[in-house]
Write a protein that binds this ligand. Structure first.
Ligand SMILES: [Ca+2]
Ligand SMILES: [Ca+2]
Ligand SMILES: [Ca+2]
Length: 173
């Protein structure tokens, strides 16, 4: 009887070992969660420099600085290699994007936190796209900007964060 219990015990340990393996692999990946420091509607006042209306290739633009709090949540070291944003019109069509690389990469310890800042530029062409997408050509438009962080684990495998969104509005000053 005792022998049977020992065998069952060993089998139980072995079977838990088998089940555990894929779960353990999953948790070896760093995860960076991010949130915007300011989630309010961001208003871009884009001047129509030559007073002929907002057009692509005209020189008017407005820039707003936006900060992202980032936090490693899986307990694994990560190397942050860059950040990017995408601007979308009210229908979800992408109208512009920009990315920045961090050279050298930013070391982020397991459970570490940091703040990344990026300048978001809306030029006359973007402003016109946002304006017209709502169906009314009235020099007012709304849309979204999303931010995504790129990072590596210590084996060099690349990952990216789940994008976070902020509502934006464009007006003529
Ligand atoms: Ca213009
Ligand atoms: Ca327009
Ligand atoms: Ca409009």
């Amino acid at each position: 009887m005792k022998k049977l219990l020992v065998v069952l015990f060993v089998l139980a340990i072995l079977s838990t070992g088998c089940v555990k393996e894929p779960v353990a692999l999953y948790f070896e990946q760093p995860i960076i969660s991010s949130s915007l420091a300011d989630t309010s509607l961001a208003v871009f006042a884009v001047p129509d420099v030559d007073s002929n209306g907002w057009h692509h290739w005209d020189s008017g633009a407005d820039t707003l600085s936006m900060s992202l709090y980032i936090h490693e949540t899986a307990g694994q070291n990560a190397l942050v290699s860059g950040i990017s944003y995408r601007v979308y019109d009210i229908d979800g069509n992408q109208i512009s994007s920009k990315s920045e690389s961090y050279i050298p990469f930013i070391n982020m310890n397991a459970h570490g936190q940091d703040t990344l800042t990026m300048s978001v530029i809306i030029d006359e062409g973007d402003a016109d796209d946002l304006d017209n997408a709502d169906g009314i050509n009235d020099n007012v438009g709304e849309g979204y900007v999303s931010f995504q962080v790129n990072f590596y684990d210590e084996k060099g495998t690349p990952y990216s964060s789940v994008p976070v969104f902020r509502n934006i509005k464009v007006i003529k000053p």
